[in-house]
Write a protein that binds this ligand. Structure first.
Ligand code: THG
Length: 270
C-alpha cells in the first residue's frame, strides 16, 4: 500500500490561511515534510472556503512542485478546478481525485484522465449519495469498471474509493468498506486499484491515530492499494511498514521499519 499525504488541504486552518494570503512557505514545508516521511503522492485540495478553486489550484501545484518531485493527487469537487490543476502539473503523472459513479460525469473524467495521462479515482457514490452496504458499493464499482473499459481506459489506472465514513457517525459502514475492498479485486483482471481517505474513519473522534492505524492494518489485509492519510503520524507509518512485511509486499529484514523511507521502490505506482 502506498501513502498519499493528506495534509495540503484547506480543511486545515494553516493551509487555508496560507492560501488566503498566497504564502507559499507553510505549504512548501508540508510538501517537504510529507515527502521526507515517505508519501508516494501528495493530495492537493484548496478546501471548501475558497471562492474560486480553479484559480487557486494552479498556484498550489506550482508552489508544491517548486520544492519536491513527489507526484500529485489533484483533489477537488468540480472538474474546472481539477483541470486547472492538471494543466499546471509539470513533473510526474498525477492522480485525479475524484469523480462520482454517474455515467455522464464518469465519461467526462475518463476522457480528461486520458488527455492528461492521469490516474483516476472514482467514488462508489452517485447523485443519491453514499451506498450503505458492500453489495451496493460493488454494483457501482462494476459500473465504473464497465464504463472505463468501454472508453478504453486502462483498468490499472483506475482507483475505486468505497468511501469511508466516520466510525462515530456510521459504525456499521466500516465492515462494508472492508468487504468492498476484498471484492473489488474480483471485478476485472487486472483489477482496478483501491484507495480510501483513511482519516475519514476517525473524524470527530478521540484517539484518532489509534483508529486510523488499526483501520489501516485491516484495510491493507483486505487488499487496499493506496490511502490518503496522515503520513506525518509515525505510528501509522510503522503500522504500514509492518503490514507490508506481513503481507509479503516487502522482503523481511530485522530493520524492516526502514521500509517507511521514500527510497523503497514498492512505494511508487507503476
Ligand atoms: N476519498 C478521496 N479523497 C478524499 C477523501 C476521501 N480527500 C479528502 C479526504 N477524504 C482525505 N483527506 C483528509 C484530510 C483531513 C482530514 C480527513 C481527511 C481531517 N481533517 C481535520 C478534521 O476534519 O478534523 C481538520 C481539522 C484540523 O485538524 O485542523 O480529519 O475519502 N478520494
Amino acid at each position: 500500500m502506498i501513502l498519499i499525504g493528506e495534509r495540503i488541504n484547506g480543511l486545515f486552518r494553516d493551509v487555508a490561511q496560507a492560501i488566503q494570503t498566497k504564502n507559499p512557505e507553510p505549504i512548501q514545508r508540508l510538501a517537504l515534510a510529507q515527502t521526507e516521511a515517505g508519501a508516494a503522492y501528495l493530495d492537493i485540495n484548496t478546501g471548501p472556503a475558497v471562492a474560486d478553486p480553479a484559480a487557486v489550484m494552479p498556484w498550489l501545484v506550482k508552489t508544491v512542485e517548486e520544492v519536491v518531485d513527489t507526484p500529485l493527487c489533484i483533489d477537488a469537487a468540480k472538474l474546472p478546478a481539477i483541470e486547472a490543476g492538471l494543466k499546471a502539473v509539470t513533473k510526474s503523472r498525477p492522480i485525479i481525485n475524484s469523480t462520482i459513479a454517474e455515467r455522464e460525469q464518469l465519461e467526462k473524467y475518463l476522457a480528461m484522465a486520458k488527455d492528461y495521462g492521469a490516474y483516476l479515482i472514482a467514488l462508489t457514490m452517485n447523485r443519491r449519495g453514499v451506498s450503505r452496504d458492500a453489495a451496493d458499493r460493488l454494483a457501482m464499482a462494476m459500473e465504473i469498471v464497465v464504463t472505463a473499459d468501454e472508453q478504453g481506459f486502462p483498468i490499472q489506472d483506475l482507483f475505486i474509493d468505497p468511501l469511508v465514513l466516520p466510525v462515530n457517525v456510521c459504525q456499521e459502514n466500516i465492515v462494508e468498506v472492508l468487504e468492498t475492498l476484498r471484492q473489488v479485486r474480483t471485478l476485472a483482471d487486472p483489477p482496478p486499484r483501491t484507495v480510501v481517505g483513511l482519516s475519514n474513519v476517525s473524524q470527530g473522534c478521540p484517539h484518532r491515530s489509534l483508529l486510523n492505524r488499526t483501520f489501516a492494518s485491516m484495510a491493507m489485509a483486505a487488499g487496499l492499494d493506496a490511502a490518503i492519510a496522515d503520513v506525518l503520524d509515525g505510528e501509522l507509518r510503522e503500522t504500514v511498514a509492518a503490514g507490508r512485511v506481513l503481507l509479503n509486499k516487502e522482503i523481511y529484514s530485522d530493520a524492516f521499519l526502514g521500509s517507511t523511507s521514500r527510497t523503497s521502490p514498492k512505494q511508487t505506482l507503476r
